[in-house]
Design a protein around this ligand. Sequence first.
Ligand code: SAM
Length: 356
Amino acid sequence: MIKRREEMDNNEKKHKRRVRYSGTHPKTYKEKYKEHQPDKYSETVAKVIQKGSTPAGMHLSICVDEILDFLQIKPGEIGLDATLGYGGHTLEILKSMDKKGQLYATDVDTIELPKTEQRLKDLGYDEDILKIRQMNFSNIDQIVLESGPLDFVLADLGVSSMQIDNPDRGFSFKTEGPLDLRLNPRRGKSAAERLDRISKDELEGLFIENSDEPYAKEIAEAIISEIRKGNRINTTTQLQQIIANALKFLPQKERNESIKKSCQRCFQALRIDVNHEFEVLYEFLEKLPNSLASGGRVAILSFHSGEDRLVKKSFQHYLREGIYSEVSSSPIRPTQEECNLNPRARSAKLRWAIKA
Ligand SMILES: C[S@@+](CC[C@H](N)C(=O)[O-])C[C@H]1O[C@@H](n2cnc3c(N)ncnc32)[C@H](O)[C@@H]1O
């Protein structure tokens, strides 16, 4: 009798279908389980990319050919990929190194870094050739203490698609999630905590300086008024709603588009602030000349005017000082074809410099 019951239980277990999502298609980041397993479901992933989207849990590397063309990496060289992310650029660099030399790679993200490290290990790249460090690229001097002068450096600034698309990270106003926005969620203050203590003037200044937000005053006033009423802003959609309400005075025909753009800019401004992005980029740019070997090359991919301005100024300053022998005269942009396939490439600007 007991045996029959066990058999029945086993059969039930065998036939029970795992419910992965409701409806006919997966909609949310987590439901897209096929996209999270590119090795197993390569056809699905290829279709998503072909349609001009980034598969969930993946990042499409930008300007790969342009970067490799400039870096001209030779086997045996020592280099740094300062922003490991999904490891797409890292992998292409490793291929050009032909298993000879040393590649260091850094990232602050404690959630994505172990996954990328494992993926690259599974492809045969372990500590012998690839040295991954969970750290801020502003500490490039610490890497150089270990590596010696670097023959090449790549920095692909900003956030990865895995970070933007995962609602738990709070980077996007399009999906409900905690208002966090930290690249390393184990350190510092979340955006919600930052808003708890900020003054109206500081918030307005932050929106203007970090993202050129034209409605900075109105939005800062609306946010601070909510917080003063005791309504803490805990989620991405709460903040999106406050921004939308603050812009209700705009003419109806332009309102929705303006709200979307202001949300993009305000979320970006908060992200820059929470992660001290300008400060760490400045420190990195200052330390670069002493980190590079003579003839060493650096390529930096930026995604908004504030970042690009810092990179351009630093490269030109050290060119005038004779520390760089050559720098890009104007930024290299991704091709139209790349932008069609990956709309996230549209704002990218690539600049490079060569150490004298
Ligand atoms: C655009 S993604 C890089 C994507 C990567 N090149 C690829 O092909 O997959 C930027 C990455 O840089 C990381 N990052 C941003 N600022 C950083 C910093 N100051 N130090 C280290 N990593 C940083 C982010 O966590 C993110 O993973």
